[in-house]
Design a protein around this ligand. Sequence first.
Ligand SMILES: [Zn+2]
Ligand SMILES: [Zn+2]
Length: 123
Amino acid sequence: MKMYLVSLNDDMYDAIKERADSINNSMAYVVRECLKRMDAIELNPKLDIKIRRWNGEEWADRVKNRDNYVCRECDEQCTRMTTEAHHILPKKKGGKNTLDNGITLCKSCHKNIHIGMKKYKQI
Ligand SMILES: [Zn+2]
Ligand SMILES: [Zn+2]
């Protein structure tokens, strides 16, 4: 059986889950309906749709790509390897893996921001 993997940011994942719960159907059903409306894929009824959230790496790649690998703190042009994605609202505080909640930082700015956050917490 063919498998179609749909990888979503947290906001989209939650929205689809909410819709699925409200109509008492599966998330795959909701995604199938969306895709049908968008004519995005040829809908083989046997197509097995798997839905999951972006993992940390997918999220980070998308954030860094959006920012063209430029550190948003010091404006340095970096590369994929020398940038890191930072959660504006930390995951621990309910921050999500969405583009809105991420910024690209170079390694040293990222470190400084986390040191600053720690100090702020201690005050
Ligand atoms: Zn920087
Ligand atoms: Zn960070």
